[in-house]
Every structure is written in C-alpha cells, then in structure tokens.
Design a protein around this ligand. Structure first.
Ligand code: GDP
Ligand code: MG
Length: 162
C-alpha cells in the first residue's frame, strides 16, 4: 500500500505551501488509490525512491465551542485516510489555544502524529521549539516550508516506519 500523509493544522500555517513543495502540484490520480475520495486535495510525491500520497486540508478553526464541533469534516476524513499526520503549527504566531485543542484531539486518535513547527526562518528556533514542546508530541521538527528547510528530515523520520 502507498503510504498516506495528511497535513492538518490551523489555516495559514503553511500546509498548502508544503503540499505544493512535496508534490510540485502534481495532483494524484485518485482513482488509482482505492479508498480515497475526491473532495480533498491529494498529491502524489516521492522521497528517496519512495512513493507516497499527501492530503492537503483547508484547516481547522478554533473557538469556544471546542475542537470536536469545529474539526471540519474534511480534516477528520483526511486523518482517517492517513497513515501519519503532519500537524503543522506556525512558529511566528507561537503556540495558540487552537493548537492545544488540535493536539488533544489528535492524541485521542491512534494515528502517528509528527509536529511540524513551520516558518522557523527569521525566528529564534530554539525558543520557538521549546514553546511547542508543551504540546506533548515527541516527534517535532522545525521547518520552513517556503524554502524547503528541514523537510527532508521530516520525511526521513515519517516514512521510515511505514
Ligand atoms: P495554509 O492555509 O496552512 O495552507 O497556509 P499557506 O500554505 O497558504 O501559507 C500561508 C502563508 O504563510 C503564506 O503567505 C505563505 O507564503 C506563508 N508561509 C508558508 N511557509 C512559510 C515559511 O516557511 N516561512 C514563512 N516566513 N512564511 C511561510
Ligand atoms: Mg491551504
């Protein structure tokens, strides 16, 4: 089976930037991958001779209603289809309450979660990483999706066990 990675997180953290970088905008032929539906954006990608599928999602908004009400169907479906979740946060914004709610939601699922702290260009990476450490996701990586910085480390770690 081709491994599937879902990109989830708040809007504007850089999910689509990473998606485009990984797939170079080549859309997957969804029909070739049974079990995947068409209402999300799928891309086909390759890393170190390894084919995989990436799912981009529109993003999870947070407010006082709580994440279960707000976890949009699209993100939930992507999570269910994926072998591993790339949970992306914004290193410039720092940790937000919505990030904490998303982390709690993901922890209740059984899928492997990798935390991607994006936009570490131009910030104090060590300080920002320490901030997000309290989300309790041991696999965390600082990346700059716009420049591709750190991305190969993430793929190495994420695809190896799949
Ligand atoms: P999405 O809503 O999560 O899909 O986020 P987008 O991929 O649309 O990106 C939101 C904004 O963040 C855009 O203006 C991107 O150019 C910017 N962005 C994405 N990655 C980076 C990065 O690594 N560094 C910086 N500084 N900006 C980034
Ligand atoms: Mg997007």
């Amino acid at each position: 089976m081709t491994p599937v990675i879902a990109l989830v997180g708040r809007p504007n953290v850089g999910k689509s930037t990473l998606f485009n970088r990984l797939t170079r905008t080549r859309d997957a032929l969804v029909a070739d991958f049974p079990g995947l539906t068409r209402d999300r954006q799928y891309g086909q990608a390759r890393f170190a001779e390894r084919e995989y599928i990436v799912i981009d999602t529109a993003g999870i908004y947070g407010d006082e209603e709580g994440i279960d009400a707000l976890m949009v169907e699209q993100s939930q479906q992507a999570i269910e289809e994926a072998n591993v979740i790339f949970f992306m946060v914004d290193g410039r914004d720092g940790l937000t309450s919505t990030d904490i709610e998303i982390a709690e939601h993901l922890r209740r699922g059984e899928k492997n979660v990798v935390l991607l702290v994006n936009k570490i260009d131009g910030v104090d990476a060590d300080q920002v990483m320490a901030d997000f450490y309290q989300l309790g996701i041991p696999e965390m990586f600082g990346v700059a999706a716009a420049q591709g910085r750190g991305v190969s480390h993430v793929l190495d770690a994420a695809l190896l066990p799949l």
